[in-house]
Design a protein around this ligand. Structure first.
Ligand SMILES: Cc1cc2nc3c(=O)[nH]c(=O)nc-3n(C[C@H](O)[C@H](O)[C@H](O)COP(=O)(O)OP(=O)(O)OC[C@H]3O[C@@H](n4cnc5c(N)ncnc54)[C@H](O)[C@@H]3O)c2cc1C
Length: 433
């Protein structure tokens, strides 16, 4: 089987801009990273009247922003109970409500560009205990914000996903989907039309204070900028050593099936929802926008592995959900890096004058444009930049020095052979009993 190792979303996509030949000498706002966070920061700064350039080591979007599953919704992440314990009800409530506000902002952005699909999302409980946890989660979230989350029994879940492996779950009726490459292309076109200079394939190697701004040394010459917004997220390297110690990357993997026979998706995923599971494999799956294929993602490992191995592992999981998936041919297998914070909550802030937004922990399609905007507003000293996501202490760990997160090589086998096996055994016991 020959697999295409670039995202399914890139097939037949518009041409990319030519690489930058020479970095601009001087800009008012330099944004490093051209994913959703960076483009939104740039659009915000230009809207406020600044002259802006976006620098990306790759083509903008070729980080996580055009590799993801395209699932979009609030809140920022599902472990609300932990946030309640850490921050208390008032502050956790602010995080949840701002998550919803951020999602609404991003949804409006994508609706205006005609790239948003209102699909709803189900979260499927893999064990009975996880179903109980989801019920509590739905109660908490509905108590803190108006999201209309519904608890589903196993039978009710089957109206959305036909599978015998789950004990019900919850349904987020307001969640939706984008084709991420189209969504990113639309944002990029808007930014360029507004006058943002896109410096593609122009990595930034250093940022040092100079005068009342910063000197950026790049692959294509140096630039002086009055203000800098860092939007490198899961691709952040040692150029920002302070930040690099406060973010770590985890790969996420996706496969695309061949076009399935007519009727198969209607039978197996009659709701045509965005679908995610509670188990540690963190599977997320969906029909392709044309409804002909299944795109199936998950943590096939916590460290990069070959596209072939990732495809094998993901197809095995997909087959547990739908046994007939064993026969499906795959066309694509790709991966990208997700940026995590140690608090497992996104963060906005600044260090030595450089502003940033990052760490969406795998749930950034909704929040990255919102928090990129906040980072730009804060860089420009605008009071609208206030956000609950800037109020938490940003955490580091003594064992993470900012390079490759070596500890993931220890966590990966433990997670696969202990956590995952335990969860599977529990699910078997639950099904038997
Ligand atoms: C496979 C996968 C599936 C996912 N699925 C979902 C999903 O379904 N729903 C969801 O909500 N989230 C999902 N996510 C997460 C989501 O894609 C991200 O949270 C979001 O795209 C983050 O956007 P960003 O702009 O912050 O980062 P990115 O898009 O990663 O952009 C960072 C950019 O910074 C650039 N950069 C870094 N360092 C430098 C430097 N020194 N110089 C110049 N440029 C630099 C990189 O080249 C990169 O382009 C997924 C992620 C992956 C990888």
């Amino acid at each position: 089987m020959t697999l295409i190792t670039t995202p399914y979303w890139w097939d037949g996509a518009a041409e990319l801009p030519a690489p930058c030949e020479r970095a601009p000498e001087r800009v008012e706002v330099a944004v490093v990273g051209g994913g959703f966070t960076g483009l939104s920061a740039a659009l915000t700064a230009v809207e406020k009247g600044a002259q802006v350039a976006v620098f990306d080591a790759l083509q903008p979007g070729q980080g996580a922003s055009t590799r993801n599953g395209g699932m979009i919704g609030a809140p920022h992440r599902p472990e609300l109970a932990r946030e309640l314990e850490t921050y208390g009800r008032d502050f956790a409530g602010r995080l949840v409500r701002e998550g919803v506000e951020g999602f609404e902002y991003t949804r409006a952005l994508h609706e205006a560009a005609d790239v948003y699909q209102p699909t709803g999302r189900v979260m499927m409980a893999y064990t009975r205990a996880q179903q109980e946890k989801l019920k509590r989660q739905a109660d908490l979230l509905n108590g803190l914000s108006d999201q209309g989350i519904e608890v589903l029994s196993a039978d009710e879940m089957r109206a959305h996903v036909r599978s015998e492996t789950h004990f019900g779950g919850i349904y987020f009726p307001r969640h939706g989907a984008v084709q991420p490459r189209l969504a990113h292309d639309a944002m990029k076109a808007r930014a360029m039309a507004a006058g943002v200079e896109i410096c593609a394939e122009c990595g930034v190697h250093g940022i040092t204070p100079e005068g009342d701004g910063f000197r950026l040394s790049t692959e294509k010459g140096s630039t002086w900028a009055r203000r800098v917004v860092w939007a490198g997220n899961g691709y952040t390297g040692r150029v920002m050593p302070w930040l690099a110690r406060r973010i770590f990357r985890i790969p996420s993997f996706i496969i695309a099936t061949e076009e399935l026979a007519p009727g198969v998706i209607d039978r197996l995923a009659p709701g045509r929802r965005m679908m995610v599971e509670t188990r540690a494999r963190h599977s997320y799956f969906r029909p392709s926008p044309d409804g002909k294929r299944i795109l199936f993602g998950g943590r096939a490992a916590l460290v990069p592995i070959s596209h072939e191995e990732a495809a094998k592992r993901l197809q095995r999981t997909m087959t547990e959900i739908w046994p007939e998936a064993a026969e499906w041919k795959l066309t694509h297998s790709w991966q990208g890096f997700v940026g995590f914070t140690f608090a497992l909550t996104p963060h906005v802030g600044s260090h030595e004058g450089v502003h940033f937004a990052y760490g969406y922990c795998g749930n950034g399609v909704a929040l990255s444009p919102w928090l990129g905007r906040k980072a730009a507003l804060r860089a420009m000293g605008d009071s609208e930049g206030a956000t609950a996501f800037a109020e938490m202490p940003v955490q580091s760990r003594f064992y993470h020095w900012g390079g490759w997160p070596w500890f993931m090589h220890l966590a990966s086998p433990w997670w696969r052979f202990v956590v995952d096996s335990r969860e599977m055994a529990q699910a078997r016991r639950d099904r038997a009993g």
